[in-house]
Design a protein around this ligand. Sequence first.
Ligand SMILES: Nc1nc2c([nH]c(=O)n2[C@H]2C[C@H](O)[C@@H](COP(=O)(O)OP(=O)(O)OP(=O)(O)O)O2)c(=O)[nH]1
Length: 132
Amino acid sequence: MIQVAAAIIYNNEGRVLIARRREGKSQAGLWEFPGGKIEDGEDAGACLRRELIEEMGIDIMPYEYFGENEHSYRGGPHIRLIAWKAEYCGGEIKLTDHDDCRWESPGELERYLFAPADIPFVRKLAHEPGVQ
Ligand SMILES: Nc1nc2c([nH]c(=O)n2[C@H]2C[C@H](O)[C@@H](COP(=O)(O)OP(=O)(O)OP(=O)(O)O)O2)c(=O)[nH]1
């Protein structure tokens, strides 16, 4: 089982950062919450701070556990996807593993085609009482 961390990153307008996996990656063309595989000795928060710098060039601060889902991709890995809410702290987004990204209102997230492991998070966010 592969442990993967995903960040639900909020900007100061209450929008969430989503990104589309580029051609050549597994789950190419599907949207996700940025993140990546947890390395030995890391917790989800440390993994997310590292991945967001490596993968997008931005600083984030994970602040709240959101949930986890297990999913088996056909012919692929069995993953445990662990999500944390995070605050966007700064940096200009540079895409490397993705070919598109958006700051989207939580209520609009269900309009996007997400990686299957993310779908329970998308539903939960879309129906969460809150600012938006
Ligand atoms: N980062 C991230 N990965 C996710 C999400 N949902 C989801 O199913 N995944 C899957 C895709 C991959 O199988 C795995 C980890 O992705 P990764 O992007 O760190 O893996 P990697 O760079 O090694 O790329 P790859 O070999 O899987 O193409 O988790 C998500 O919301 N964020």
